[in-house]
Design a protein. Structure first.
Length: 427
C-alpha cells in the first residue's frame, strides 16, 4: 500500500508534507479496517495464529494441548490473545489443557520472557501492540483509587465463601504458602504465618495491624502465637464478616475499611509496634506505592518493624493481563522492584529481602486440586463457564510461578532513621 501511494524517491517526512496528515490518517484507517475485516474471517485468522506460533518460536507441541471447536474463536485469539483464548475456553469454543498449554507457551519464549531476543521479535511486538490500549489506560489513570479499589473486593473476594473454604483449606489463606519442611497445604500456610511472625520480632502485648488481612487467619495466628493485640483491616465486607464471626476475641478485632482511611485516622498515627501486609500490595497499584509505604511508616512507632509479602514482577508493567483484569483481579498490578524501591528508600531501611516464588506454584496446584473437588461435589454451585474460568486462572498462574516468571517477595522494613543495629534473619 505504501509503495503504491508514495513516490519511490520520497522521504518519510517529505511524503507526509505532500500527502497531508488527513490523507495519512485515512490511509491508516483503511489499512486498519481492512486488517480487521480480514481477521474477522476465521480461515484468515487461523492462518495468522498458526503463522505467529511458527515465527514466534513457540513449540509445535502447543497444539497437543489446544483445540478450536468453533472456528469463530480464531478471530478472538488473534485480536484478544489470552483474553480471547480464555473466553473461548469458558464458552466451549476451545478445548484447552491449561497447565501444559501455558508451560509450553511461556517456557523460554517471547511471551514468557517478554524479550525479543528469544526468537520471537514479531510475536513480542504484536503482543505489545494488542495490549497497548490496556497499558495506556494503566499509564494514564490511577486504577486503584478509593472508588475503583472496591471493584476487586466485590467481584472476587466477596464472591462467596463456600468455594474459598474448600479451595484454601483450614488456613483460609489466599496467598503463597511456605513449603519448607511441609507436606500439606495447611502445614505450608502455617509455615508462612510463622515465618512472618518470626520476622516481626514481636513481644507479647505489642499492638499490630494487618493491612489487607484476608479472612483474618494470619491475624488470629499472630494473636495466639505471640499474645499480640492485632487489628485486621480489609476493604472486603465478606472477609471482615467471616473473620468477625469466626475469630474475634479480646485482643483480636477486624475493621471494614480502606487502608488509606485507617492510615489517615489520627488515633492510629504511630500507634502500632508492628505492621504487616500479606498479598495486598498487588492491589495498591504502582501509582500508589509511595503513599502506601508512607502510610505504613505513619502507622508505625519509630522503633517498629514492617513485613510486606507480595507477588513480584521481573519487569515493570502498567496494567495486568487483560484476562485477569476482566475476570479475576480488576485493577490489580503486580509490582516490580523498580517501582517498589523508590517508594521505600526515603522512608525505610530494607533490613531483609527474601524470594520464595517457586512455592507459589505448589500452592496454586493445591488450590486447583481443591477447587476441582469442590466443583465435582457441588456441580451446580457455579456455572460451567465460571468453573472453566477458575481452572484457567489457577493453572495460568501456576505456570507463571513454575517457570519463575513471577516471584514472591518478603520485605522486612524498619523506619528511618534507624533505631536498631540489626534484625535476626529468618528462613
Amino acid at each position: 500500500l505504501t509503495q503504491a501511494v508514495l513516490p519511490p524517491d520520497a522521504t518519510a517526512m517529505g511524503s507526509c508534507c505532500r500527502i497531508g496528515v488527513p490523507v495519512l490518517v485515512l490511509l491508516v484507517a483503511i489499512v486498519a479496517g481492512t486488517l480487521q475485516y480480514i481477521l474477522q474471517q476465521p480461515a484468515y485468522a487461523e492462518q495468522a495464529v498458526r503463522k505467529l506460533v511458527e515465527v514466534g518460536g513457540i513449540p509445535e507441541t502447543i497444539w497437543d494441548h489446544f483445540q478450536v471447536v468453533d472456528n469463530s474463536a480464531w478471530t478472538d485469539i488473534i485480536t484478544k490473545l489470552n483474553l480471547g483464548i480464555a473466553e473461548g475456553y469458558m464458552h466451549g469454543k476451545i478445548k484447552v489443557d491449561p497447565l501444559p498449554f501455558f508451560l509450553t507457551l511461556m517456557n523460554g519464549t517471547a511471551v514468557g520472557t517478554r524479550r525479543k531476543d528469544e526468537g520471537g521479535a514479531l510475536l513480542g511486538t504484536i503482543v505489545k501492540l494488542l495490549n497497548l490500549p490496556n497499558d495506556i489506560k494503566g499509564l494514564l489513570l490511577n486504577m486503584q483509587t478509593r472508588e475503583r479499589s472496591t471493584r476487586v473486593t466485590k467481584q472476587h473476594y466477596d464472591a462467596g465463601n463456600d468455594l474459598y473454604e474448600v479451595m484454601l483449606g483450614p488456613s483460609m489463606s489466599y496467598t503463597c504458602a511456605y513449603w519448607k519442611n511441609a507436606s500439606t497445604l495447611d502445614q505450608a500456610q502455617q509455615n508462612k504465618f510463622n515465618l512472618i511472625y518470626r520476622k516481626l520480632e514481636a513481644s507479647p502485648g505489642m499492638k499490630v495491624v494487618d493491612l489487607g488481612m484476608g479472612w483474618g487467619t494470619a491475624a488470629a495466628y499472630m494473636h495466639e502465637q505471640g499474645k499480640l493485640d492485632v487489628t485486621g483491616v480489609s476493604l472486603s465486607e465478606q472477609q471482615v464478616k467471616w473473620a468477625s464471626e469466626h475469630l474475634t476475641k479480646p485482643g483480636l478485632r477486624f475493621i471494614w475499611s480502606d487502608y488509606r482511611d485507617h492510615c489517615e485516622d489520627p488515633k492510629y498515627m504511630h500507634s502500632y509496634d508492628r505492621v504487616y501486609s500479606i498479598g495486598m500490595l498487588e492491589h495498591v497499584g504502582y501509582k500508589n506505592l509511595a503513599p502506601f509505604f508512607k502510610c505504613v511508616k505513619n502507622l508505625l512507632k519509630p522503633d517498629g518493624l514492617a513485613v510486606i509479602h507480595t507477588i513480584g514482577e521481573p519487569d515493570f508493567v502498567p496494567a495486568s493481563d487483560p484476562f485477569l483484569e476482566t475476570y479475576i483481579f480488576p485493577g490489580a498490578v503486580i509490582p516490580a522492584l523498580s517501582s517498589v524501591m523508590p517508594a521505600v528508600e526515603d522512608l525505610f531501611i530494607v533490613e531483609d529481602f527474601q524470594n520464595f516464588g517457586y512455592d507459589y506454584a505448589k500452592t496454586l496446584a493445591a488450590w486447583s486440586d481443591n477447587s476441582k473437588k469442590f466443583f465435582k461435589d457441588h456441580p451446580t454451585a457455579y456455572t460451567a463457564e465460571f468453573q472453566r474460568m477458575w481452572e484457567y486462572y489457577l493453572r495460568m498462574c501456576e505456570a507463571l510461578f513454575e517457570l519463575r516468571i513471577n516471584q514472591l517477595w518478603h520485605f522486612v522494613l524498619s523506619p528511618r532513621p534507624a533505631t536498631r543495629k540489626r534484625i535476626a534473619r529468618q528462613s
